[in-house]
Design a protein around this ligand. Sequence first.
Ligand code: SF4
Ligand code: SF4
Ligand code: SF4
Length: 424
Amino acid sequence: MPEVYNWQLGRPMEYPYREAHPREQFAFVFNINRCIACQTCTMACKSTWTFSKGQEYMWWNNVETKPYGGYPQFWDTRLLELLDGAHQKAGREAVWDASKKEPKTRPYGVFDGMTVFEAARAADRRDAVALGYEPTDLEWRFPNIYEDTATGSKDRRDSLNLEPAALPEHATWFFYLQRLCNHCTYPACLAACPRRAIYKRGEDGIVLIDQKRCRGYRKCVAACPYKKPMFRATTRVSEKCIACYPRIEGKDALTQGEPMETRCMAACVGKIRMQGLVGIGADGAWAEQRDNPLYFLVKVEKVALPLYPQFGTEPNGYYIPPRWVPRAYLRQMFGPGVDEAIERYTRPSRELLAVLQLFRASQTVIFRYEIVQGPKVFETTVDGRKWEMYNDTVIGYGRSGKEVARVTVEEPRFVRADKHYNSI
Ligand code: SF4
Ligand code: SF4
Ligand code: SF4
């Protein structure tokens, strides 16, 4: 099997196809700390793409409550168990070596364990290129099971913990996890398809299922560790998130030819989502674009982390982890970068605070930002250290260089004039 370089794992890994990369990659950052689980994103996708017969159970975008919720039910715990079994059988452990960190090629250190591809090969699974499973009909039944269900007391799991909660970790906790297809660099769905019906576009890295080539074998459903391809019984073929590609291509009149953020991103009420396109070099590494907001958040500040990087598909969705959740759980979900990411988010740098204001400031994809410095407006102590806040202005530019967003760190306050009192 050929080897490809996975920078999230800090090492080469086995993958059925040779290394080939798009010119740009569709990517997104979600700030879990801000999500209110209103499901506006979910309904924006459903009302646009999956409202037809046979698509009733399809939630290309879903927001689930962790740790117990999941769509399909148990999707991540089932795969973690399968991976754990494969490691035990091979007499191996899945561990990260943080001492081998290198900022550009190994930002989280090196993963010493088996990905879904390597685990399938180690098990000599001739029927599958990636370790996985096909969820049962029952597991697809509830799009939002265990909504808002928190963990219980430490001593008695079925009862409430009455201790007061305080950072850095709450004893009783839950959080919302927003999910869609990660348009992975090394998609397991694509690798598993015997019909070669799944492809990754050279212009933007979006992963699509060719509806004419697909024969509904559902190998992609079994192989995708994130369980994002879904089978449609009425057409007998599989479907998945298409990254709203007409919007990315700038086909929507609103943005006059500029790439536009997808429906689920643009609709986000909690302003937790930012989506964009990052430049990719011939070697697959992100081209250095310090003033691209996604590059800054993922590569410079390292405040946003991939979801289950150990699965090995190099997902292109990144998450700012929730501050209050036990770190061991977060490290399992987002890898070893969790502590640094939370530390940076809790005491944000002046630049990070400004860039965070760009979330949902525009429907046009922001390719570059600039900051105009403003006065100091606040001072406090965070984790025993002094922290200052400045009312900087951050300006976002679209692909053409046109200004598409201008926001300040402090939200402006507008006071209604007296003459408008009781005017309705
Ligand atoms: S998340 Fe799943 S469906 Fe999407 S590209 Fe990755 S492997 Fe394929
Ligand atoms: S990117 Fe578009 S197709 Fe994909 S989940 Fe979001 S709204 Fe749905
Ligand atoms: S719209 Fe935004 S805030 Fe609401 S559930 Fe979706 S991601 Fe969360």
